[in-house]
Design a protein around this ligand. Structure first.
Ligand code: HEC
Ligand code: HEC
Ligand code: HEC
Ligand code: HEC
Ligand code: HEC
Ligand code: HEC
Ligand code: HEC
Length: 430
């Protein structure tokens, strides 16, 4: 038996009489599982960071006769290409789209999910301590052959809790997630209570956690997520992966090419046998502003994911969800389907590589007078349907600093995490 002082744990957390009974019962289970983790063989879970097989063999195309070509073309005309397509991994895309691959590699999308024992994660936690203001305890972190571990020495001595996955590229911050067994749910996610923040290179409280009475020891380390909430937490940060037992099978971490474009095997096969290949995924003809905002909004959040009250009050933290703001901007509402996320963002290029001036040029493409039209520096937003007429020009600053005044950056927490308000509008004087 290991030295868990439940009396101390209970006292510190002051549970009600009935929850403390539950705490004791479930703690016994949790304790057992904590020790179980330690015994898991190193190879029990698919390593994070591994791409699906990169060999070309499953895709290698046999010499194609004219007939076969026709058959492939006929099939594609009738059935959605993606129906039988499988995932090939971004290294395969790289072969023909080297530039997109290079750009994407520097994007937050390409680094948003890894194993917690990745050296870049370990260096942010190991050797540090964090005390939760809510009384769950003081965590210490260390890493070794069992990966990244958290402990609460004052309560549980040397008994470790294993931290499994790190979510977030570190552009803003990083949060740790562990999948643990649960007698009722099978597997539950434990989102660790401390997160790393880039600003000040510090550990701080994980945002949005409910501070409920813990029913298991695991919950001293993090908030429990069950079912759909747990699955979506992983899904928004990976390309493929299914939670099974206490791991993720078929894991392709990060938001890679095929998360947005769909599984690529058929496209690749066709690209190898036909020149040019038939249009694929985003190349489809009915791709419009709404379809694209929906794609980005699946993760960056659409209004359907937000409560009515928040939508009405538009509190500051809502700026985190860019589609919410954009969809209520006059620029979107009044521009007849011309404004979408890729008007301003190349989906493959990280914003850290882009100067604000580039966005200003986008604003001016619409907000210019006839007089300034000839001075436009960038390609017109669309060559097929340009704005029917030039739009209103700013009476305050017609050519510079639009973002500061009309899409100001807002700080949404105590750790200096900033987002830009995508509700483009006239703000009252600060
Ligand atoms: C599968 C979910 C998902 C989809 C779909 C998605 N994103 Fe993201 N996006 C993320 C996550 C997760 C991050 C945070 C990355 C990190 O950890 O820093 C992110 C970060 C970003 C960033 C900031 C990071 C950077 O390096 O610039 C931009 C800009 C962005 N996304 C734009 C888009 C656009 C535009 C689309 C649609 C074309 C889109 N995203 C679709 C999940 C998604
Ligand atoms: C609906 C999709 C979605 C779900 C569900 C989701 N995230 Fe994210 N997450 C995102 C997007 C999009 C971003 C990028 C935010 C940005 O930079 O605009 C992000 C960013 C992050 C970041 C980077 C730091 C930051 O604040 O930008 C962390 C850490 C993170 N998520 C952790 C989690 C954890 C842990 C869960 C589950 C408990 C979770 N996320 C659930 C979509 C999601
Ligand atoms: C976050 C979603 C997202 C990810 C991840 C993503 N793309 Fe794209 N991609 C798009 C969107 C949206 C467009 C359409 C852009 C437009 O209309 O300007 C696009 C366009 C393209 C195009 C055609 C236009 C061009 O830029 O050449 C290619 C090729 C492409 N993507 C390849 C890739 C590859 C390869 C990867 C991975 C290395 C990748 N994409 C990752 C969303 C994404
Ligand atoms: C064997 C070469 C090859 C490979 C591998 C390949 N592509 Fe392509 N792809 C092409 C060619 C050729 C085109 C058409 C010309 C162009 O747009 O560059 C194309 C076009 C595209 C487009 C533009 C839109 C469209 O429908 O035409 C996207 C998006 C795209 N590829 C994504 C991907 C993704 C994602 C992968 C990896 C899963 C991938 N490609 C792998 C050759 C390839
Ligand atoms: C695709 C075209 C388009 C782009 C790009 C665009 N806008 Fe607009 N914007 C409009 C339209 C249309 C309106 C409605 C008034 C009008 O017709 O000029 C508008 C309205 C506005 C308004 C007035 C909003 C209000 O509530 O009164 C502001 C401020 C504004 N835009 C700023 C910007 C800034 C800053 C950018 C760049 C970050 C930008 N716009 C990019 C089309 C666009
Ligand atoms: C009119 C131009 C414009 C449009 C349209 C636009 N953005 Fe942005 N976005 C910006 C600017 C400007 C920034 C700040 C860039 C910087 O800090 O370097 C930004 C930043 C971001 C970031 C980084 C976090 C933040 O909020 O600062 C994400 C993620 C993002 N945009 C996603 C989206 C998504 C998703 C869409 C479509 C729903 C979208 N954007 C549409 C101009 C735009
Ligand atoms: C110093 C802050 C500031 C900067 C910089 C700025 N604006 Fe404005 N803008 C304002 C204010 C304030 C108003 C409202 C003026 C009024 O109603 O008299 C406004 C109004 C507007 C309007 C609505 C005009 C109308 O007649 O309804 C548009 C469109 C606009 N700005 C676009 C832009 C664009 C595009 C840029 C960058 C080229 C820009 N603004 C830069 C502060 C600014």
């Amino acid at each position: 038996m290991f030295p868990v002082d439940l009396a101390t744990a209970n006292k510190a957390l002051k549970p009600s009489r009935s929850t403390s009974l539950a705490l004791i019962a479930l703690s016994t289970l949790a304790v057992f599982y904590i020790s179980l983790w330690r015994e898991l063989p190193a190879g029990a879970q698919p390593p994070v960071g591994a791409e699906p097989p990169q060999t070309n063999s499953p895709l290698a195309v046999e010499p194609v006769s004219g007939n076969q070509l026709n058959r492939i073309a006929a099939t594609t005309a009738q059935t959605p290409i993606n129906q039988s397509a499988t995932y090939v991994g971004k290294q395969v895309c790289r072969e023909c789209h080297a530039e997109n691959h290079r750009l994407h590699a520097a994007h937050g999308h390409a680094h948003t999910f890894r194993a917690a024992d990745d050296p870049e994660v370990v260096e942010k936690f190991s050797g540090r301590t964090y005390t939760t203001p809510e009384g769950y305890g003081t965590y210490t972190y260390e890493s070794g052959k069992d990966g990244l571990l958290a402990k609460i020495p004052a309560k549980f001595g040397d008994q470790p809790f294993q931290l499994q996955y790190a979510i977030g590229s570190g552009h803003h911050g990083m949060t740790l997630l562990s999948l643990v067994p649960d007698p009722k749910e099978g597997t539950v996610g434990i989102e660790h209570r401390a997160s790393w923040y880039r600003n000040g290179d510090q550990l701080g409280a994980t945002p949005g956690q409910l501070h409920t009475q813990p029913e298991t020891l695991s919950e001293l380390f993090g908030q429990k997520h069950v079912g759909e909430v747990m699955r979506k937490c992983v899904d928004c940060h990976v390309t493929t992966g299914t939670i099974e037992n206490q791991g993720i099978v078929n894991l392709t971490p990060n938001v890679n090419c095929e998360k947005c474009h769909g599984p690529g095997s058929v496209h690749v096969q066709q690209a190898r046998s036909m020149n040019p290949p038939p249009p694929f995924s985003v190349g489809k003809q009915d791709w419009n502003a709404e379809a694209e905002i929906q794609l980005c909004g699946d993760c960056h959040r659409m209004p359907a994911a937000i409560s009515q009250t928040e939508l009405r009050e538009y509190p500051k933290p809502l700026t985190r969800f860019q589609p919410i703001g954009l969809l209520r901007s006059e620029c979107y509402l009044e521009s007849e389907g011309q404004l979408k996320c890729t008007t301003c963002h190349d989906p493959h290029t990280t914003i850290t590589a882009i100067e604000l001036k580039v966005y200003v040029d986008k604003c001016i493409e619409c907000h210019h007078s006839e007089a300034t039209a000839s001075e436009l520096v960038t390609e017109p937003i669309t060559t097929t349907t340009s704005p029917a007429k030039p739009h209103t020009v700013c009476p305050v600053s017609a050519t510079t600093n639009c973002i500061e005044c009309h899409m100001p950056s807002t700080t949404i927490d105590d750790y200096g995490t900033e987002f830009h308000d995508h509700w483009i509008r006239i703000h009252p004087e600060p």
